[in-house]
Design a protein around this ligand. Structure first.
Ligand SMILES: Cc1ncc(COP(=O)(O)O)c(C=O)c1O
Length: 457
């Protein structure tokens, strides 16, 4: 069969309220043109994030009921530990309440002033936790990873030459570890190849530097390796994922992505001494070592989710559904970050509405237009999020790219929902010259995209 179907049936539904265009106009204005301020009940298709938004399976819900809430050594902990051990082979497994809790513990231990932490592209919270410790975060993704139209199949790869040069320049003793994020969320959910992971590991180990994975989307990365890396087609996603972890000395996982749960995280380590110190920090701020910041039922849901996510039928459908959205938009002439990655499609808003300059936020204009058109909530990843205004001169420094992310929650929307998103985006694209720029009328000093108020120009 050529048709790839959702490999699940739906037995519990959550109604979507279908708003009218007039209602959406009122909602958008009430939110001051900032979709973070729109109540979720007023959104028809919510593509704000793929994090913590997955639908759990009947087995996960069954696990929630079986959850053992004993403080220490709960049954649910042992199940979680054995699933994670089999999946990753890591000797030390620490549950945390989400990805950034793992980051905070790790960088409190290995970070600090004068330290440098290289990576392909650090995710925002990873960078923030590194910098909070006083260390410097350095992004070393390959050049193709920064070019939206490049079709390199592994645009998440870390540039080996840049890594070698950094080590030679700064000294290995200043680099407590190197992080490879799989898939590379910050450059479009682009995968990292096994060949690249091996090369990074070799350079790191030659200099005594441990290699860590930021493995939030390890299963999507493994499946993209299976699809596109020469020689990997006969292997299972589980075997590939295991090899990815085998190449690493540790990993942080936000289970809110490929753990298929709404909350949860993991910190994995091989080093006994470091793990012992991490346990002490975990107890200090998250909870006892057999539950982290979680309930026993959360551990059950994660244990089940980490198994289901490696189901090849699921991964085939998941990667195909993201590609389906990307391919249809490309066919209609909409510029996107190529090739479609693992969890989202990124529209190139600068190409979408070239008449709106970066200082008038073309990405935000597209986000507002998608909401008006069809009640779709996307997120701007451009000058609203990363632009900067000089407080003295008022001069606007734009972000390097003006993107709009359509993140696809796991197992939540069906193909007809995706068709609806395609139709709406193409409709907006066809009358793109009518889109209006925006100005910020009120904004906090940091992370302004969450709360800024806008007006249309
Ligand atoms: C690559 C990556 N690392 C870390 C995190 C942080 O995880 P959490 O949101 O669970 O704290 C995220 C979240 O989006 C992510 O995408």
């Amino acid at each position: 069969m050529k048709t790839i179907i959702e490999p699940f049936r739906i037995k519990m539904v959550e109604p979507i309220r279908l708003t009218t265009r007039e209602e959406r106009e009122v909602i958008l204005r009430r939110a001051h043109f900032n979709v973070f301020q729109i109540p979720a009940a007023d959104v028809i298709i919510d593509l704000l994030t793929d994090s913590g938004t997955a639908a759990m399976s009947s087995e996960q819900w069954a696990g929630m009921l079986r959850g053992d809430e004993s403080y220490a050594g709960a049954r649910s902990w042992y199940r979680f530990e054995s699933v994670l051990r089999e999946l990753t082979g890591m000797p030390h497994i620490l549950p945390t309440h989400q990805g950034r809790a793992s980051e905070r513990i790790l960088f409190e231990l290995v970070g600090g002033p004068d330290k440098i932490i290289p990576g392909n592209t650090h995710f925002d919270t990873t960078r923030a936790n590194i910098e909070h410790s006083g260390a410097r975060a350095v992004d070393l993704v390959i050049d193709e990873g920064r070019q939206p139209s490049s079709r390199h199949p592994f645009k998440g790869n870390l540039d080996i030459e840049k890594l070698g040069a950094l080590i030679a320049r700064e000294g290995a003793e200043r680099i407590p570890l190197c992080i490879v994020t799989v898939t590379n969320n910050s450059n479009g959910g682009q995968p990292v190849s096994l060949a690249n992971l091996r090369a990074v590991r070799d350079v790191c180990h030659r200099h005594g530097i441990p290699l860590y994975l930021d493995a939030a989307r390890f299963a999507e990365n493994a499946y993209l390796i299976k699809l596109h890396e020469p020689g990997q087609q006969q292997r299972t996603a589980r075997q590939i994922a295991r090899e990815m972890f085998d190449l690493a000395d540790g990993a942080m996982i936000s289970a809110k992505k490929d753990g298929l749960v709404n909350i949860g995280g993991v910190l994995l380590m091989r080093d006994d001494d470091l793990a012992h110190r991490a346990d002490n920090l975990l107890i200090l701020t998250e909870g006892f070592v057999t539950y982290g910041g979680l309930a026993g039922r959360d551990l059950e849901a994660m244990a089940q989710g980490f198994q289901e996510v490696l189901d090849e039928d699921y991964l085939k459908y998941r990667i195909a559904s993201v590609k389906y959205l990307g391919d249809h938009l490309t066919e209609a002439g909409v510029a996107i970050v190529q090739p479609p990655g693992g969890h989202a499609i990124y529209l190139d808003a600068a190409a979408f509405c070239p008449h709106v300059p970066p200082s008038q936020f073309p990405g935000q204009a597209v986000v507002c237009a998608l909401f008006r058109e069809a009640g779709i909530r996307a997120v701007e990843i451009g000058s609203v999020m990363f632009g900067h205004v000089d407080p003295d001169t008022g001069e606007h420094t734009p972000a390097p790219m003006e993107l709009v992310r359509l993140a696809i929650p796991r197992r939540v929307y069906t193909q007809s929902h995706i068709d609806y998103v395609i139709e709406a985006t193409v409709n907006v694209f066809q009358r793109r010259e009518t889109l209006r720029g925006l100005q910020i009328i009120e904004a906090p000093p940091a992370l302004r995209h969450f709360t800024a108020k806008f007006d249309e120009l």
